[in-house]
Design a protein around this ligand. Structure first.
Ligand SMILES: [Zn+2]
Length: 56
């Protein structure tokens, strides 16, 4: 399983150790910060990032 950004589907996630309330995560691509980062399997992550990068 890999953790991906819920905003831009990036897998470049920085993990911060939380201060008593669990881990915090930050997306290095869009600067989204939060505790809710979805976890998907490798195949789904690949699919999400492909969809994201497809030109119109
Ligand atoms: Zn992001």
């Amino acid at each position: 399983m890999v953790r991906v950004c819920p905003v831009c589907n990036s897998r470049r996630i920085d993990v911060w150790l939380g201060r008593g309330c669990g881990n915090m995560y930050k997306c290095l691509d869009c600067d989204y910060q939060g505790i809710i980062f979805i976890e998907v399997d490798e195949e789904t992550a690949q699919k999400l990032s492909n969809e994201k990068q497809q030109p119109e």
